[in-house]
Design a binder for this molecule. Structure first.
Ligand code: NAD
Length: 454
């Protein structure tokens, strides 16, 4: 696999000289994940299971896109199993397909995928909306099945779900794009998660197009682009064909210039907490903004008992208040493109909470709230707004975490390793593309199914 783990010595040793010992002692055995440098898709067949009409439609779609497809269990090696449970009406309807998936697991190759397809459970509907409890139980059952299976996957394999709203065709454009994302190396560090397709919006994209330049000709703004995850986002968006404008504080000016030169982008030295940041960015870009990535973020950890106003206010100021102002500023400046997308960085700390991070968790939970609440506005504009919640990612920031906490952070995920900045960037490029417009207001965890809040 092309990308090794630059900071993770254990994963290197467990795949090298200590491989046998690790196996003998039953220690975590993280597998190097396949990433885009290894190619977008594997070459083995895809097994499509389930009795629904959508299963037939997707089997044909895969064939049309050059995949080798099987419709019945086989002893051949497989790159993926697709399980269609979208017509399950009572919990008993799950058993046939679930057990068939189980029978196919031993045939899966390294870094394989299981993808379930289902309808939205309706558990988030207003309490006054009557839904059939047995139907809701069946649909919600798919969630539990997928999440548990993700914990059981081996050798770098993942399990995720595509969930489609009632009234939206199972093969809506964004459901198909979600399939390409989950099948491909772009989702290396996404496991135990669900992509919820709420509308029929979204541009059609073939599997091959998805592996290519999904953002060709688009203009993207990335905040905090000088280093870490932001620099990887800039590089990935540029690889996908976007013109990138990187924003970072003047103190990071040299690093920003270097990053932007490397990706053929343009640098803007600006503190995003500047009240005029929105209009400054609009003026710098000088044209429509198709994608805004709210990546700049800081931590100032302290137990709440020891928290001071400086730490609290600076974290909330950069991580959420500046984002709210920036979005409003770009709207005011009339800077959005025809189908604008926003992707903001949340964190699993914003979902599960984390000791010593009340300020950070408040800001990141705020990002999730802001994202859900902005969905209607961006749907009206023909675009989308989503968030990505990284787990433990190997960056300069996490390199400074004390060694034992760092080891724990890596190994408590189902993939038993930290993710790379590129993994977060791939999810952002996907959610920021026109193909994913039908996914709106959601937060996608990129965490290798970290146990924190899972
Ligand atoms: P990092 O500290 O390496 O990079 C953050 C960048 O943002 C820096 O270049 C910094 O100069 C810039 N920045 C900070 N304040 C700014 C401001 N006011 N205006 C403009 N730029 C500013 O951090 P990272 O690890 O790359 O994290 C990037 C994002 O991902 C953050 O929002 C972080 O909260 C989130 N995140 C990271 C992890 C992880 O494991 N590293 C996990 C969850 C979430």
């Amino acid at each position: 696999m092309a990308d090794s783990h630059p900071h993770d010595r254990y994963t290197e040793l467990a795949n090298g000289p200590l491989k046998l010992l690790v196996k003998k002692l039953g220690l975590p055995a993280p597998v190097p994940l396949r990433r885009m440098a290894d190619g977008a898709y594997l070459s083995e067949p895809v097994l499509v299971l389930g009795p629904s009409a959508a299963a037939d439609a997707y089997a044909q779609l895969l064939l049309d896109n050059g995949f080798d497809v099987r419709r019945t269990p086989t002893s051949e090696k497989l790159q993926a199993v697709l399980a269609f449970l979208d017509e399950a009406a009572v919990p008993g309807d799950l058993s046939g397909t679930a057990l068939e998936v189980g029978g196919a697991l031993r045939s899966l190759t390294r870094c394989s995928r299981v993808i379930t397809f289902s309808r939205m459970p309706g558990t988030t509907a207003h309490p006054s909306t009557e839904i059939d409890p047995a139907l809701a139980a069946a649909r919600n059952g798919v969630t539990g099945l997928t999440r548990s299976l993700a914990h059981e996957m081996r050798a770098g394999g993942t399990a995720n779900g595509i969930v489609v709203a009632d009234g939206v065709p199972m093969d809506a454009p964004s459901a198909r794009a979600a399939l390409w994302f989950l099948l491909s190396s772009k989702s290396a560090y996404v496991s135990g998660q669900f992509l919820e397709v709420g509308t029929e919006a979204g541009a059609d994209v073939t599997a091959q197009e998805f592996a290519g330049r999904t953002l060709a000709g688009r203009t993207a703004v990335v905040t905090g682009a000088a280093r870490g995850i932001g620099a990887a986002i800039a590089a990935t968006l540029a690889r996908e064909g976007a013109h990138v404008h990187g924003v970072d504080v003047p103190q990071a000016g040299d690093a920003l210039a270097k990053t932007m030169n490397a990706v053929g982008g343009r640098a803007l030295q600006l503190d995003i907490t500047d009240p005029e940041a929105g209009s400054a960015i609009a003026a710098h870009v000088g044209g429509p903004v198709d994608l805004l990535v709210n990546n700049a973020g800081i931590t100032r950890d302290r137990m709440l008992a020891n928290m001071d106003a400086g730490r609290w206010d600076s974290v909330l100021g950069v991580n959420i208040e500046a984002q709210l102002r920036l979005g409003a500023g770009l709207t005011e400046a009339g800077a959005w493109g025809m189908t604008p997308h926003v992707v903001s960085l949340a964190s699993i700390s914003g979902i599960a909470g984390n000791r010593g991070q009340t300020n950070y968790s408040a800001s990141k939970a705020g990002v999730i709230g802001m994202t859900a609440a902005s969905a209607a506005q961006f749907a009206r504009l023909g675009g989308s707004v989503n968030a990505v919640a990284p787990g433990f990612i190997e960056t300069e920031m996490t390199k400074k975490v004390p060694v034992l906490t760092r080891e724990l952070g890596r190994r408590i995920s189902s993939l038993q390793q930290g993710g790379l900045p590129q993994d977060v960037a791939e999810a952002i490029a996907f959610l920021g593309s026109d193909a994913a417009t039908g996914i709106n207001g959601s937060t996608l965890r990129v965490c290798g199914q970290n146990m924190m809040g899972a």
